[in-house]
Design a protein around this ligand. Structure first.
Ligand code: UTP
Length: 297
């Protein structure tokens, strides 16, 4: 069956960005000039996804507004012949994918957010894309997972090697032999293990291809780490009854869900943004010199 649908869970509280996220959706924080969630929607579209359900919550209205038209603004830009800006604004509504919205009443965890999509997905394989994880590669990571599915017809979770000091922040896999290069059979999926108990440093990152059997498991899933319904725990149970593969991503990942990752991503994206790259590069070089001088004193 063709993979046509994706879910973007965006109902979390974004506590790592307080106070910015008190009234603003974390997924709307811009990378230079584009909200992170727009990058995610564009990756879905580039991977052949047709229908996207965004799971929202309180204080997330700005996500729906962002992908809606603003006739007054468009008219103003048109009258002032700001054609390029008009195109930029229109690109947020002419996405070439269908967007749907549903609310998660309580932020009970990623597993609970995904469960809200049960009737939208029905009995099809689908993609989950986290709104705070940007991926960059020649072939979009979502498309890489879909290509795997077309060969294996199995759930496949994207993973990436992380430094030992970071393993306790992630779901970690206990890998078996590689099936083909970069595609692992998995013994266990463990949510946020201590580094001493971690079976590997292959961490689950923000893209999942799942078969619909996950929903029955999520419905009976007990709260796990952080007292939240963890998607990783349901995936681990599913792996006991049907194969779940792990796909090692070798491209670039930008974790914009924490302060340092967010600032760093703005610099990386700024360095390739046509409007700011030259000034930013000069600024960074000057700054580096100043920092070096200061540290020598
Ligand atoms: P995170 O744990 O990174 O996001 O969840 P968070 O909870 O918003 O952030 P912090 O930890 O408090 O700073 C990963 C993704 O899952 C969504 C989030 O919106 C984020 O995109 N999520 C998380 C939900 O949709 N619902 C939840 O109950 C939890």
């Amino acid at each position: 069956m063709k993979v046509r649908k994706a879910i973007i869970p965006a109902a979390g509280l974004g506590t790592r960005f307080l106070p910015a996220t008190k009234a603003l959706a974390k997924e709307m924080l811009p990378i230079v000039d584009k909200p992170t969630i727009q990058f995610i929607v564009e990756e879905a579209k580039a991977s052949g996804i047709e229908d996207i359900l965004i799971i929202t919550g309180k204080n997330k209205r700005s996500i729906e507004d962002h992908f809606d038209s603003v006739p007054e603004l468009e008219q103003n830009l048109s009258e002032k012949h700001k054609t390029e800006l008009l195109k930029v604004v229109q690109s947020t509504t002419d996405l070439g994918v269908n967007l749907y919205y549903s609310r998660q009443a309580h932020p009970n965890g990623l597993g609970d957010a995904v469960l809200q999509a049960k009737s939208f997905i029905a009995d099809e394989p689908f993609i989950v894309m986290l709104g705070d994880d940007l991926m960059s590669d020649k072939v979009p990571l979502t498309k890489q997972l879909i290509d795997d599915y077309e060969k294996t017809h199995s759930s496949t979770i994207a993973v990436m090697r992380v430094p030992d000091k970071d393993v306790s922040k992630y779901g970690i896999i206990d890998p078996e032999q590689e099936q083909v290069p970069g595609l692992y059979n998995v013994k266990n999926f463990v949510e946020k293990p201590d580094v001493a108990d971690a079976p590997s440093n292959l961490a689950i990152i923000g893209r999942y291809l799942l078969t619909p059997e996950i929903f029955d498991l999520l419905e009976s899933q007990e709260p796990g780490a952080g007292n939240e319904i963890q998607l990783t725990d349901a995936i681990d149970r599913m792996n006991k009854t049907q194969r779940v593969f792990a796909h090692e991503f070798k491209g670039d990942r930008f974790d914009v869900g924490n302060k340092f990752g967010y600032v760093k991503t703005n610099i990386d994206y700024g360095l390739v943004h046509p409007e700011v790259k030259d000034e930013l590069e000069t600024y960074i070089l000057d700054l580096a010199e100043k920092i070096q001088k200061k540290n020598k004193k």
